[in-house]
Design a protein around this ligand. Structure first.
Ligand code: FE2
Length: 504
């Protein structure tokens, strides 16, 4: 667990360090208070452990200097309570010569140091200063660690446009930074309800399986939506858990995910070990993570929507192209599938595979610009063929003004180039032809051969394969043609297994 540094209001370096002197002997108490005030500390006194707890409950202290034997609540019991209530506060014990062992025991329980009574004042000053110096170093280290991990999480969030990746970063960071056993992100549903979108389970002492169905998301979401902070422990946390989990969880913190005043959902973290208790500082840390995360989640969602719009636009256009010619129904979709198969086999990146698919879907969009009756029976006349040969250039011209479709232009414009340089429209040669175009050429030709045309029936698969082989190195890039033929059988088996049709 990270101590609650963000909750601190005292900074020992810039303000006077706050010291609480606890002793039931008023003379010692007052003398120490006067002396430490003179040394530059801000000092408060308490007459026993109970009074000390009242004081530390009301405001944070940097150091508590406490006697061992006191009425109501002694030094050791006070130490135990302080370790829970204020783990970053330093505790120094004061004890008589006869109880050195007790002082050592106190050190084992988390006290920082001890002074033996009767003490010299400069000795007390030395021990107090040493304890506070150690605290400053610890605080600095933790601040540094927190800022480094916040920096890392911000960086990871900024880089990612994938919603799953963003949520994964958020959940993993929260698990480790808060020392939580369970962290999950919920999103607002369409009817004011909440649904769990992503979760992470840490090393819960009672096993991760016990953390299923943990949180009553609607009660929690309603509290957060109403602006109530949720940092609760034990009894207080019960309303936020599902009935099955009410006895298992001990500490609970949740913060909303808000973008431009609108709540997208929330992040909640649960600790099930009774010794783990989230502090206000951790709630603030989680709020910082949430504010970074909310913007990234919104971005990733917008990007996802944009991608979906892009897909729908392309698929809509592809089906419009195929509808222009009754002989080419489904042609663009099949060419896209072969193109993806090839792009994968050739080891292209995921982005390039997507580009191959989209370019293949659009490859014949230029037919829209050809004033031809593509449904007429028989072959095209030589004049008509000249018009038809314009379709790659028309494709380029159609896509040029549409910026988000520009990356598809090379595949669309150059899919009738030939490896030997005898294709059109530019007569490019070999690897001078963009790879996406070389891929589409193979995919397009194979599908054209294995489909019915106005002037002939579909050729059998075996004939088309022989033709691809024959034209390898002339019409086709030999490497791509070979890869296509190697991968085709397995691909056909896959299509058949999925109930699709394949060329006979
Ligand atoms: Fe074409």
């Amino acid at each position: 667990m990270i101590p609650s540094l963000l909750a601190e209001t005292s900074s020992p370096r810039t303000e006077r360090a706050r010291v609480l002197v606890v002793d039931d002997e008023s003379m010692i108490r007052e003398m120490l208070a006067d002396f430490l005030e003179l040394e530059g500390y801000s000092v408060t006194t308490a007459s026993d452990g109970m009074a000390a707890l009242d004081a530390t409950g009301a405001r944070p202290y940097d150091l508590v200097l406490t006697d061992m034997k006191m009425p109501r609540l002694g030094g050791i019991a006070l130490l135990d309570r302080l370790r829970e209530q204020a783990p970053t506060t330093m505790v120094v014990m004061m004890t008589g010569f006869g109880t050195v062992e007790t002082a050592i025991d106190a050190m084992k329980r988390g006290a920082h140091d001890y002074v033996l009574k009767p003490f010299k004042l400069d000795e007390v000053s030395h021990v107090v200063e040493r304890a506070l110096a150690k605290r400053r170093v610890e605080a600095e280290n933790i601040r540094l660690r927190q800022s480094v991990s916040l920096y890392k999480v911000s960086e990871a969030l900024n880089l990612s446009l994938s919603l799953d990746q963003v949520l994964d970063t958020v959940v993993t960071t929260t698990l480790s930074e808060l020392g939580a056993d369970f962290v999950a992100v919920w999103f607002c549903g369409s009817e004011g309800d909440f649904f769990e979108r992503h979760r992470g389970v840490g090393s819960a002492p009672d096993g991760s399986a016990a953390l299923e169905g943990v949180v009553d998301a609607n009660t929690l979401g309603a509290a957060l939506a109403a602006g109530r902070p949720v940092l609760v422990h034990g009894e207080e946390s019960r309303p936020y858990f599902t009935p099955a989990m009410r006895d298992a969880a001990s500490s609970f913190v949740a913060v909303p995910l808000t973008v431009k005043g609108k709540m997208l959902g929330f992040i909640a973290a649960v600790a099930s070990a009774p010794s783990t208790r989230f502090e206000e500082g951790q709630r603030k840390l989680l709020s910082i993570i949430a504010s970074r995360a909310a913007a990234s989640i919104e971005n990733a969602r917008l990007y996802g929507d944009l991608q979906a719009t892009f897909q729908q636009t392309i698929e809509g256009l592809a089906s419009a192209i195929d509808k222009m010619d009754r002989y080419t129904a489904g042609h663009s979709v099949r060419v896209a599938e072969y193109a993806m198969l090839l792009a994968r086999r050739l080891g292209l990146t995921e982005a390039e595979i997507a580009l191959a698919r989209h370019s293949a879907l659009m490859h014949d969009i230029g037919k829209i610009g050809c004033a031809l009756n593509l449904n007429k029976p028989g072959k095209l006349t030589s004049d008509e063929y000249e018009v038809f040969k314009q379709h790659p250039a028309h494709g380029r011209d159609i896509l040029s003004p549409i910026k988000f479709l520009n990356p598809l232009i090379p595949g669309v414009h150059l899919h009738h180039e030939r490896f030997d340089g005898r294709g059109y429209p530019l007569g490019l040669e070999g690897r001078g032809i963009p790879i996406i175009a070389r891929i589409i050429t193979v995919a397009d030709t194979y599908d054209a051969m294995t489909s019915d045309r106005s002037y002939r029936r579909a050729l059998p698969h075996a004939v088309a394969v022989a033709e691809v082989e024959r034209c390898s190195g002339t019409q086709f890039d030999p490497e791509i043609a070979a890869s296509f033929l190697e991968g085709l059988d397995a691909f056909r088996d896959e299509l058949l297994a999925n109930g699709a049709q394949v060329p006979a």
